[in-house]
Ligand binder design. Structure first.
Ligand code: ZN
Length: 425
């Protein structure tokens, strides 16, 4: 019998049960018993099955659970159509609770399968590498394009500390770097609120900021992958993901640094290049965005007014950029970016006026972003990449992302402000 939680409107706002411990199985078993979850499907890849999945499956069977294992053989597994279908065709028809044993990729595949089949979803992270475990969206590669599609949040998350501590160090560093990106994300969110009128929630911004700072206070312990450090990191990642779920949108966790990262991810895919860890890209991108905030901080009010008076909002030039930057996906980007592309003269004038009226506030927002050198120091402490070259990204990759990435989302970030001010990317 599968009771658990079924997909309905309330699911979006429900908080998952979260358990972080040195030995998760007793907690998982107790949870399954309390929810009458007797039939389980465990989805893993070869590595996560060896690291934790096999142990959970064996213990589950010994305790009387009916466990089906679906171990995906690709290395690495991608969150794409092929693997979604793999899981679906290897699933039996029994109504089971699905356990995603893995990091972001496996979690996103399983959250969509559970939405599609209306089955309970439990997340068992094996690396503290992203903040998306508690999320409702699934980041998928569909038709060689990255899309975040609505799915479901897990109803429970069981984080096994020994497994997380033994995760590959670059994955731990990526989780830390994903959090470090909240400095620029939170600055962009405020910018969007004051200049573009975007919805803002100060208590959620404060929670996201507190999670980031709690994590920074443990940088040394995280760098050593100590149990204490990794517990702090995974708790901060869960909190960041929960902020997204509570707000119903990703502004508290994702700004222009994520847009650069998403653009690189798509570009690597189009060019058949090796994918990179999400957090590793976000950390490097956060430094690039911090450079732009530092330059903004140096502009005087007179310079800003002169720029606003002289710069045109050229729709044709922006359309040409979208076509150059997105190729076959350009029309979808154009359609999704209408609020910015179709900005008329009156509304453009209002936006410019908000920049003038809020200039002191914008300067204060810029001051909340650490210097590029400070961000690089944090990243070096955990041996995360700090430059595009370390990631294998070229100068062209960087220029392309800085030129085109702001078209990916309908968000007013520093990249949009720079466009408004005629500042070269
Ligand atoms: Zn992220």
């Amino acid at each position: 019998m599968v009771r658990g939680r079924f997909v309905d409107a309330d699911q979006v706002t429900m908080k998952p049960v979260i358990s972080i411990s040195a030995q998760i199985f007793p907690h998982l078993l107790q949870y399954c018993q309390s929810q009458a979850l007797t039939h389980i499907a465990l989805v893993a890849d070869q590595h996560t099955y060896a690291a934790l999945g096999k142990q959970i499956a064996e213990q589950g069977k010994q305790c009387g659970l009916d466990v089906q294992c679906i171990v995906l053989s690709a290395d690495p597994v991608q969150a794409d159509e092929f693997h979604l279908v793999q899981i679906l065709i290897r699933s039996d028809r029994a109504p089971r609770a699905y356990l995603a044993v893995g990091s972001g990729t496996l979690t996103d595949l399983v959250r969509l399968v559970c939405l599609t089949r209306n089955l309970p979803f439990i997340s068992i992270p094996t690396a503290p590498s992203v903040d998306a475990f508690t999320s409702t969206g699934a980041a998928l590669t569909l038709g060689r394009s990255k899309q975040t599609v609505p799915a479901i949040a897990p109803q429970a998350i069981f984080a096994d500390l020994p497994t997380l501590c033994a995760a590959p160090r670059p994955m731990i560093a990526a989780g830390f770097a994903d959090l470090l990106g909240k400095f620029t994300a939170l600055a962009d969110w405020q910018l969007g609120h004051f200049v573009w009128g975007e919805r803002y929630d100060a208590p959620i911004a404060a929670r996201a900021s507190a999670a980031l700072r709690a994590c920074l206070a443990q940088t040394d312990a995280i760098a050593r992958a100590s149990a204490e450090g990794v517990q702090g990191l995974i708790a901060a990642l869960f909190e960041s993901g929960q902020c997204i779920a509570d707000f119903g949108s990703s502004e508290s966790a994702s700004g222009s640094e994520h847009h650069l990262s998403h653009y690189w991810e798509m570009k690597l895919l189009w060019e058949n290049r090796q994918p990179l860890l999400h957090g590793a890209k976000v950390g490097v991108a956060a430094i690039l965005i911090a450079e732009r905030y530092a330059k903004l901080h140096q502009l005087t009010y007179a310079e800003v007014c002169a720029r606003l008076d002289s710069v045109a909002w050229a729709r044709a030039a922006m359309l040409a950029q979208i076509r150059a930057g997105y190729g076959a996906s350009a029309e979808a980007i154009v359609a999704g970016h209408a609020p910015f592309l179709d900005l008329d003269a009156d509304n453009l004038g209002r936006v410019k006026q908000r920049v003038r009226a809020n200039w002191d506030r914008i300067q204060a927002i810029a001051a909340t972003v650490p210097t590029p050198a400070d961000l690089a120091r944090y990243l070096r402490q955990i041996e995360a990449p700090t430059t595009p070259q370390e990631l294998g990204l070229t100068k062209h990759d960087v220029t392309a992302a800085l030129t085109y990435a702001d078209y990916l989302r309908n968000r007013f970030t520093i990249l949009k402000l720079n466009r408004l001010l005629g500042i070269e990317p």
